[in-house]
Design a protein around this ligand. Structure first.
Ligand SMILES: C[S@@+](CC[C@H](N)C(=O)[O-])C[C@H]1O[C@@H](n2cnc3c(N)ncnc32)[C@H](O)[C@@H]1O
Length: 351
């Protein structure tokens, strides 16, 4: 028997979901054409005034503004026919260092759609899709997606939650940031701790090139450098701190990486593992964050891992117990959850 009330509720949910999906291109145009930033800086404006200010065609802009008002992304005042970006929406669309800046997530949604054809083939074969073969904008999207979390938490909360690490960094420590991608985490740490030396490792050459450019732009080339290397074959040893930001689960052989990290650390060193927040059981993750992460995991993380040796494919929602098994397999004597945010858990492993 069809329950009409449940059907109506589900169709309502689908309208909301499709509305969100239809907003991806619209939001990204607002970003790339500078529309959100102009509204953020300029206050309430008519379509004509915003068109003049941002040098875009007013007819297109009127349609875009109407969509944004219908979405609740902009406020519309019918008396003055002006549109404005409320301060809460500005935190999401215009303020790049805000903890809830989400433009990277919109970029990532495009990368998921672009990955579909390759990953769909892999569903049949069980094979992987190499990181470097995935959607063109994905590397920048990933970096942009994670950056606000690092800007707001890494130096102020995550590193201080580790036992004795900040003192070592202030005095001068040797640090490896493994799976560093575009290197935002490395650059932030290098800026905050000028007495320490940082090296970012990633197996993706294009990302290392971008990381070097970011380090140069932020003036940290003296104490930060970037090298191409696989996590399980780090070419250097004697680190006080090794960090892995949102990448252990992407690796083909995370246990192999853990063993290599263990041997590259000093005996009193620390391994900091930042992973997506997740419970151990599927039923713990049936929520909006889990929903997004499972999509990213299916279209990015699992294919990345499966394209590498071993192909463990932990998935983005591995959960702490599974992560502890992998980390513990390398003989780390102490593993604890040092801190967490709604999106990330920060694990500390010590030899
Ligand atoms: C989701 S991205 C995170 C990048 C970066 N840590 C960040 O937070 O922005 C995962 C990164 O892991 C890297 N990666 C995956 N497998 C790797 C491996 N076996 N060795 C080294 N890097 C690896 C990828 O190239 C990619 O840069």
């Amino acid at each position: 028997m069809l329950n009409e009330e449940k059907l109506n509720a589900f169709v309502g949910q689908m309208l909301g979901d499709l509305g969100g999906a239809s907003s991806i291109a619209m939001v990204r145009m607002g970003d790339e054409l500078g529309l959100y930033k102009a509204l953020h800086g300029g206050g309430a404006m008519t379509s004509a005034a915003l068109a003049e200010r941002t040098k875009v065609d007013n007819r297109y802009l009127r349609e875009w503004l109407s969509h944004q008002a219908a979405s609740g992304y902009l406020a519309y005042d019918p008396q003055t026919t002006t549109f404005s970006l409320p301060p809460e929406q500005a935190m999401v669309f215009a303020v790049e260092d805000s903890p809830v800046y989400m433009m990277g997530a919109f970029d990532l949604m495009v990368a998921l759609v672009e990955n579909q054809a390759k990953v769909q083939k892999a569903f049949r074969t069980g094979g992987g899709v190499a990181w470097g073969d995935q959607a063109g904008c994905m590397f920048c999207a990933v970096a942009r997606f994670f950056r606000p979390g690092y800007v707001n938490s890494l130096i102020s909360q995550w590193l201080p939650a580790l036992d004795g690490v900040v003192g070592k960094l202030e005095r001068g420590a040797k640090v490896a940031d493994v799976g560093c991608g575009h290197g935002w985490s490395t650059v932030l740490m290098a800026k905050a701790f000028p007495n320490s030396q940082f090296v970012g490792f990633d197996f993706h050459e294009g990302s290392i090139t971008d990381a070097r450019a970011h380090a140069a732009n932020h003036g940290v080339t003296v104490n930060a450098r970037f090298e191409v290397a696989r996590a399980k074959e780090l070419p250097e040893q004697g680190f006080d701190l090794i960090t892995c930001f949102d990448c252990l689960h992407d690796m083909g052989d995370p246990a192999g990486a853990a063993a290599n990290v263990r041997s590259a650390l000093k005996p009193d060193g620390t391994w900091m593992i930042v992973e997506p927040m997740a419970g151990d059981r599927l039923e713990d993750n049936l929520n909006p964050v889990g929903r997004l992460f499972y999509a990213g995991s299916t279209l990015i993380c699992v294919p990345t891992s499966k394209s590498q040796e071993v192909g463990t494919a932990l998935g983005a929602q591995a959960g702490e117990s599974r992560l502890r098994e992998i980390i513990g397999s390398a003989g780390f004597g102490s593993i604890r959850r040092a801190t967490e945010t709604p999106f990330n858990m920060v694990l500390e492993a010590r030899p």
